[in-house]
Design a protein around this ligand. Structure first.
Ligand code: C5P
Length: 298
C-alpha cells in the first residue's frame, strides 16, 4: 500500500518585504500563484524507519537526510500522533531545486498529506496547516494551492479569487540562490533607509480576480529582485531576453534565481520560451500556467 501526492510549484506575483524583525524573519505581503510544475511524493510503509529517495534531473542536489522538508514533515506528523515515522518517501522531482519556486516546500506539504493518508491520522485541515507553518513560510501555500495572500512570514494565508488562467514561462538559472542569503542582501541594500510595512496591492488583487494578464503585468512586483540581481547579476540578461521576446512582465520568482515571464496566451508563451532557449542565458526553460490546485492525493 502506498500513497502518492502531487504538489505544485509557486510564483510570487507580489512579494512585498518589510524590515527585518527581531526574530530575523521579515514581514511579508506575499501573493502566491500555484503553477503547473509539479513534484510527486510517494509514501510507502518501511520497516527500516524513515528513508528519503529522489529522482529527476536535479535529484543529485536534493538532500536525503533529515534536513529535507519531506522528512521533517513525516517526523512532525509522527511526533504529533505518537507513532514511528516508519516510511519511505520517494520524491519525483520536476520543480527546480533552490530556484525560488518553493520546490522544497512542495515536498514538505506533499509528504505531510501522503503520510496523513497512509497513517489514517484523521488530522484536520487546520492541524495540517499548523504543521506546515512550523516547517517553513511557503509550506502552507503548497498545501492550499490556487492563489493566496500570505502575511506574517508568508504563512498566514487568505485564499484569493482568480478569474482566469495565466500563462507563464520560467527560465531556470545555471546555479541556485540561498533564500537566507537573498534576505540578508535585502537587509544590506536597505541599510540606512526606512522600509515601509508590506501591503498587498489592490490593483494586483483586482487583476487576479479579473483574470486579466495585462492588468496583472502592470502590477506584479518583487522586493527581493534587487537583492537577487545583486547576488546574481547575469539574471538581468535573462529578464531582458524574455522582455525582448514579448513577455508582458518579467520578474525574479521569489528569492530566485528562477525568472518568470507572463505571456498573453499559450502561443506567445511558446515564442518567449523559444527566444529564452536561444538566448543562452539560462539552463532550461519551461512553460506552465496557473492557478493550479494545491497538494492532491492521486
Ligand atoms: O521559512 P523558511 O524556512 O522558508 O525561511 C527560510 C529563510 O528565509 C529564513 O531562515 C530567513 O532567512 C528567510 N525568510 C525571512 N522572512 C520570511 C521568510 C523567510 O527572512 N518571511
Amino acid at each position: 500500500m502506498s500513497v502518492t501526492v502531487r504538489v505544485p510549484a509557486k510564483v510570487n506575483v507580489q512579494l512585498a518585504v518589510g524590515a527585518a524583525r527581531p526574530d530575523g524573519f521579515h514581514d511579508l505581503a506575499n501573493v502566491f500563484l500555484a503553477v503547473g510544475l509539479h513534484d510527486e511524493v510517494t509514501a510507502t510503509p518501511s520497516a527500516g524507519g524513515l528513508r528519503v529517495t529522489c529522482a529527476g534531473p536535479d535529484a543529485a542536489e536534493v538532500p536525503l537526510d533529515r534536513t529535507n522538508l519531506a522528512a521533517r514533515a513525516a517526523l512532525a506528523l509522527a511526533e504529533r500522533y505518537g507513532r514511528d515515522a516508519d516510511v519511505h518517501l520517494h520524491i519525483a522531482k520536476d520543480i527546480p531545486v533552490a530556484g525560488g519556486m518553493a520546490g522544497g516546500s512542495a515536498d514538505g506539504a506533499g509528504a505531510l498529506l501522503a503520510c496523513d493518508a497512509l497513517w489514517g491520522t484523521g488530522a484536520s485541515r487546520r492541524e495540517l496547516l499548523d504543521i506546515c507553518a512550523g516547517l517553513g513560510s511557503d509550506v502552507p501555500f503548497a498545501l492550499v494551492g490556487g492563489a493566496a495572500l500570505g502575511i506574517g512570514r508568508g504563512e498566514r494565508l487568505t485564499e484569493l479569487e482568480v478569474g482566469g488562467t495565466f500563462h507563464w514561462v520560467f527560465a531556470m538559472a545555471r546555479r541556485g540562490l540561498s533564500t537566507p542569503a537573498v534576505f540578508r542582501e535585502f537587509d544590506r541594500l536597505a541599510e540606512g533607509r526606512d522600509v515601509p510595512a508590506p501591503v498587498a496591492s489592490q490593483d494586483l488583487l483586482d487583476a487576479l480576480a479579473k483574470g486579466d494578464p495585462e492588468a496583472l503585468a502592470a502590477t506584479v512586483s518583487n522586493d527581493l529582485q534587487p537583492a537577487a540581481l545583486s547576488l546574481f547579476p547575469e539574471l538581468a540578461d535573462t529578464l531582458a531576453a524574455g522582455r525582448g521576446a514579448g513577455a508582458l512582465a518579467a520578474l525574479v520568482s521569489g528569492s530566485g534565481p528562477t525568472t518568470a515571464f507572463l505571456a498573453r496566451d499559450t502561443e506567445t508563451a511558446e515564442v518567449i520560451a523559444g527566444a529564452l532557449r536561444a538566448s543562452g542565458t539560462c539552463r532550461a526553460v519551461r512553460v506552465a500556467s496557473g492557478p493550479m490546485p494545491g497538494a492532491t492525493v492521486l
